[in-house]
Design a binder for this molecule. Structure first.
Ligand code: SRM
Ligand code: SF4
Length: 571
């Protein structure tokens, strides 16, 4: 580890970040949100409430395409909220979907639904006066948006493919259980958004505490050999271990995360570290001990170093692990063997082990909308109207129409074809992902979702030129180094640097177990595709039999392999 980093992390001036004050003074996340809801002079939330609504699953945003124009006209920015639903493991019924779609069509500025890469959906462009309406709709269909943002445990991921074994049902039930166990207990959500009367006068947050966690916390559960959730993006991972088709426990990994700041060497991405195996009956104790250790030891002074990976770095893996063992009264045993062979989604039809059918549909950039070129949003409504199973949102912004009865198979196939879901896509496109970025994301530095398809086309043309267009490359774009598009786990990862300029990262692998490394900085579009042209040509000429692009970039010394991210990421 570099000395500079150590000095920086350990000599913090002990002034808590202002977010700690906001949480402390919020009266268990209430703040004065209700007053702001009644304030008709502005479309936004003020002061601390701007941050507090995030704990209830909403972000205040404004349309960045028209921000300057409105400033010039001396108008308030066009404020509207984005709402992110809580959907552990991404499972949602057609009935729930129809209600949400109806709200999105009638009451949002953009009229679209955005599937996220954490197996849920976001509604962008909700005006303040419609917020209670959407929360009531969610509540009526058994959903909520609690804990999908800010300093809590976020939507829990779970391998989404229901086909492969009976394990999927049981493992999914753990995703739900853990999500619920780690939820905030405050009744603020029900009081504010559902107009429920205050029934208790004292509140208690036994797991999260009055000031909640130091920073966001992410949990994923997965079933090898499929790393479809990209485990290394999460603070806590549970890898299902089975014996004779029966779930017996989980390997536990801690401290993954992908964000960094351009030029700030005290921030870095990190893979998750193996802690050990825990049998099923002790899992909730251990999960709770991990989160409470992070709660108590995580950095509450500097939010840039507040995530679990920095806590592990500061205290050391062994000390953190011992603390978890002490708190849970459970000892980790050695990691049980597991192997990843793939990630991403498997598109098209698959017959499940229960005899029912599953159809995985690719959703470009995760965006469901109707426009001149596509009617995907309407298509899904038509499917939802007749589907008797469920939908499963994947961690790659796609959707599985799951558990389809034999009788419905042809009807759903016809609908999927008619509405443009079944078009032939290249392996590159099927393995692509982009974060939301402009116009709604306040942190966006460069375009992402909106340029995804045109960048794919350009890269596809290069791949055709060098006859490697039947190969898959994991290609991802993030509009800034927060890394929401998980670009640092891609074989070709773009990270926004400034408007229309990107840093190019290479060398991730096809199973998501390697971080990509910086290859070139601050490229405009033509510089970027010139570089990619050279690289793809080289790969096509010099690759070993079936060698993937990311592996080739490492073997051919195009970029250095990141073995220890603290040491290697910035050097
Ligand atoms: Fe993210 C912040 C969108 C997955 C790391 N992310 C944001 C915000 C809310 C911007 C903001 O703070 O105001 C973005 C909203 C844009 C918009 O208009 O919708 C945003 N993040 C997304 C989504 C929708 C990207 C997508 O296209 O799918 C994903 C929503 C997931 C969900 O349903 O909960 C999303 N974000 C991720 C991931 C990937 C993952 O979790 O697998 C990461 C990297 C993994 C990690 O956490 O290290 C990620 N988002 C961030 C960060 C950096 C956090 C950090 O550790 O420093 C921020 C900024 C922050 O929290 O301060 C951020
Ligand atoms: Fe916004 Fe940056 Fe996340 Fe993209 S990576 S959604 S630009 S915060």
């Amino acid at each position: 580890m570099s000395k500079n980093i150590k000095i920086k992390l350990h000599n913090e001036v002990n002034k808590l970040s202002d977010f700690e004050r906001i949480k402390e003074e919020s009266n268990y996340l209430r703040g004065t949100i209700v007053d702001d809801l009644n304030d008709t002079l502005t479309n936004g939330f003020k002061g601390d409430n701007y941050s507090l609504i995030r704990f209830h699953g909403m972000y205040q945003q404004d349309d960045r395409d028209i921000r300057i124009e409105r400033m010039q006209q001396k108008l308030e920015p066009k404020y509207a909220m984005m709402l992110r639903c809580r959907l552990p493991g991404g499972v949602i019924t057609p009935k729930q979907w129809l209600k949400i779609d109806d709200f999105a069509s009638k009451h949002t500025l953009y009229g679209s639904i955005r599937l996220t890469n954490r197996q849920t959906f976001q509604l962008h462009g909700i005006l303040k006066n419609n917020l209670r309406k959407i929360h009531q709709i969610l509540h009526d269909v058994g959903l909520d948006s609690i804990g999908t943002a800010n300093d809590v445990n976020r939507n829990v991921l779970c391998t989404s493919n229901p086909v492969e074994s009976f394990l999927h049902y049981e493992v999914y039930s753990w995703a739900k259980k853990i999500s619920e166990h780690l939820l905030p207990r405050t009744k603020a959500y029900a009081e504010i958004w559902l107009n429920q009367k205050k029934i208790i006068t004292t509140e208690n947050e036994p797991i999260l505490s009055k000031t909640y966690l130091p920073r966001k916390f992410k949990t994923g559960i997965l079933i090898p050999p499929h790393n479809d959730i990209d485990l290394h993006a999460n603070d806590m991972n549970l890898i299902a271990i089975a014996k004779e088709e029966k779930l017996i426990g989980f390997n536990v990994l801690v401290g993954g995360g992908l964000s960094f700041e351009h030029g700030n060497h005290s921030t870095w991405p990190s893979l998750s570290t193996e802690f050990g195996f825990i049998p099923l009956n002790n899992i909730l104790n251990v999960v709770e001990a991990i989160i409470t250790t992070q709660r108590d030891w995580g950095n509450r002074v500097n939010r840039k170093n507040a995530k679990t990976r920095y806590t592990l770095q500061k205290y050391g893996i062994q000390k953190f692990k011992n603390e978890v063992e002490n708190r849970s009264n459970v000892k980790f045993s050695s990691i049980r063997p597991y192997k990843f062979l793939m990630r991403g989604d498997q598109f098209g039809w698959k017959k499940g082990i229960n005899g029912k059918w599953n159809l995985t549909l690719f959703i470009p950039g995760g965006r469901l909308r109707d426009d001149v070129n596509q009617l995907l949003k309407s298509g899904l409504i038509e499917i939802a109207k007749i589907h008797t199973g469920e939908f499963r949102l994947t961690a790659n912004q796609n959707i599985i129409v799951a558990n389809i009865d034999n009788a419905n198979k042809t009807i759903i196939e016809n609908l999927a074809s008619r509405y443009g879901f079944m078009v032939l896509r290249s392996p590159l496109e099927e393995n692509s992902m982009a974060c939301v970025s402009f116009p709604t994301c306040p942190l966006a530095m460069a375009e992402s979702e909106r340029i995804l398809l045109s960048f794919i086309k350009k890269l596809e043309n290069i791949m055709i030129k060098y006859s490697v267009n039947n190969e898959k490359i994991i290609f991802r774009i993030s509009g800034c180094p927060n890394g929401c598009g998980r670009s640092l786990l891609a074989e070709i990862g773009l990270v926004g640097k400034s408007l229309n300029r990107y840093n190019l990262y290479l060398g991730g692998n096809t199973i998501g177990t390697k971080l990509a490394s910086l290859y070139a900085e601050n490229l405009n579009e033509s510089e970027l595709f010139d570089k990619l042209d050279n690289l793809i040509q080289l790969w096509s000429n010099k690759r070993q039999l079936n060698e993937n692009f990311g592996d080739f970039c490492i073997r051919y010394n195009i970029v250095k392999e990141i073995k220890n991210s603290i040491l290697d990421f910035w050097n």
